[in-house]
Design a protein around this ligand. Structure first.
Ligand code: NAD
Ligand code: SF4
Length: 441
């Protein structure tokens, strides 16, 4: 059984409210942290080895240590709750059921970073959650954990919730900051990184909801103890939102030592694939990470089991591996059509492109059109090479990672499932009525 740090109290009735959360030991980590110095907190976070849980896996302690501290300039913590990556819904779960865990994590983080005004930027589609967060903020304030002179320390902190307007791109941290400033959410060129020039050009740390929630157990048990959980550079626990062709979709907390096979088939997690169907492929980290066929998903190229952690999932690089990403785990059984699936993703990225860079604005549209043609049985063999060529011209040539995120699923689908693309071209009649299936492998 995986160790639970974030979701250990999620089953307790009323845990959403301050009184119950406090009874379960809530805000004791904040009390402990406010007796420490900001540098001591930073050391704990660095020691914990916590890596950003939004998708990039950048070490949180390192990001915090990059925060510029010019004299007299306010600094900000901004929590990225614009969880829009297809297949990802773990932050929603945290905010809906454990809002005080996020608020407590924000209080500790704000104190460490010197942010007196911190923000939660939440995707507009999570329309019912801002009320839950605002209620939790009010409760924390009434209990003296937010507002002026918190616990008599002289530290002031306010938290504001800002709703997004429903654009995927506003989850990209610089687009999010633009949107928070009241402008159109277009990504900025980096560097400068937000740690130097962020919200209103002030030093800003942007972190994912789960990363900030994880600060609570880190302070509670210490960074050293947190680092003992997991394996290698995949320390602590990770939330995984599992969906697709599985018996038990949901949000699971894993300690990153379990294998992918165990995660898919054990009753503790996904509970296997419905109707005894076979596993065809999986996207383990949200739609932006490469799809992996079953044979490479259950084993690495060296024949080792593949584990649910940053290093093992990436083993072999993009040619044979994938990424932990946001932890949005999408399972595809033998009946799923890879061409249709890739086309659906291409449509999404084309729709969500902000249009600033030509390779992304034009390339995502071309990829969608070509995939639609192949999927309808109207494609030619050269279209597959053209598709490959377009995705290569997008990758690495854009302002923000949305371009790469649009290119990688197409690249991985062609790399691993080229036969299926060719079958669509060779069998225009058949591909309208039946799927390529596993039998053809
Ligand atoms: P990134 O690698 O560019 O940056 C990661 C973080 O580290 C950023 O906060 C950045 O500011 C910081 N950073 C990196 N180098 C730095 C430096 N030298 N100095 C200071 N700070 C530095 O990645 P990203 O654009 O933040 O995230 C991309 C990932 O987001 C994708 O891999 C995808 O998995 C994920 N994603 C998640 C969602 C979601 O809903 N959770 C949606 C879309 C994409
Ligand atoms: Fe906009 Fe796409 Fe360029 Fe990102 S890569 S800035 S989404 S056009």
């Amino acid at each position: 059984m995986s160790k639970k740090l974030l979701l250990k109290d999620a089953h307790i009735e009323g845990i959403r409210y301050f009184e119950t959360y406090r009874k379960q030991g809530g805000y004791t980590a904040a009390e402990k942290a406010l007796k420490m110095t900001p540098d001591e907190i930073l050391e704990e976070v660095k020691t914990s080895g916590l890596r950003g849980r939004g998708g990039a896996g950048f070490p949180t302690g390192m990001k915090w240590s990059f925060l510029a501290k010019p004299e007299g300039v306010p600094r900000h913590l901004v929590v990225n709750a614009d969880e829009s990556e297809p297949g990802t819904f773990k932050d929603r779960y945290l905010m809906e059921f454990l809002p005080h865990l996020l608020i407590e994590g924000m209080l500790i983080s704000s104190f460490c970073l010197g942010s007196n005004v911190s923000y939660i930027y939440i995707r507009g589609e999570y329309s019912w959650i801002p009320d839950i967060l605002e209620e939790a903020i009010e409760e924390a304030k009434a209990a003296g954990f937010l507002g002026k002179n918190i616990l008599g320390t002289g530290f002031d902190c306010e938290i504001y919730v800002q709703r997004g307007g429903g654009a995927y791109i506003c989850g990209e941290e610089t687009a999010l900051l633009e949107s928070l400033e009241g402008k159109r959410g277009n990504p900025r060129l980096k560097p400068p990184f937000p740690a130097v020039k962020g919200l209103w050009e002030r030093p800003t740390v942007v972190n994912n909801v789960e990363s900030i929630a994880a600060i609570v157990p880190i302070i509670d048990i210490t960074g050293a103890e947190y680092a003992k959980i997991g394996v290698g550079r995949s320390t602590g626990t990770k939330l995984i939102s599992a969906c697709g062709n599985i018996n038990k979709p949901g949000v699971y907390e894993i300690d990153m030592t379990i294998t992918v096979e165990e995660f898919i088939y054990s009753d503790e997690y996904c509970g296997g694939i419905p109707n005894g169907k076979r596993l065809k492929a999986c996207i383990p980290g949200g739609s932006s990470v490469p799809i992996v066929p079953a044979n490479l998903l259950l084993k690495t190229v060296n024949g080792e089991p593949r584990y649910m952690n940053y290093e093992s999932l990436a083993d072999g690089g993009f040619a044979t591996g994938t990424m932990m990403g946001s932890g949005g785990f999408i399972v595809l059984d033998e009946d799923q059509c890879i061409v249709e699936h890739t086309m659906t993703l291409a449509r999404f990225y084309h729709h969500e492109s902000c249009g600033q860079c030509t390779p992304c604005r034009e390339g995502t549209g071309w990829m969608h059109k070509i995939l639609k043609k192949i999927e309808k049985g109207e494609g030619k063999m050269e279209d597959i090479d053209l598709l490959w060529d377009i995705q290569r011209k997008i990758e690495g040539n854009t302002i923000c990672p949305l371009g790469d995120a649009a290119a990688w699923p197409v690249a991985a689908a062609i790399r691993h499932f080229r036969d299926e693309f060719e079958w669509h071209v060779k069998n225009p009649e058949l591909c309208l009525t039946q799927n390529y299936g596993l039998a053809n492998y």
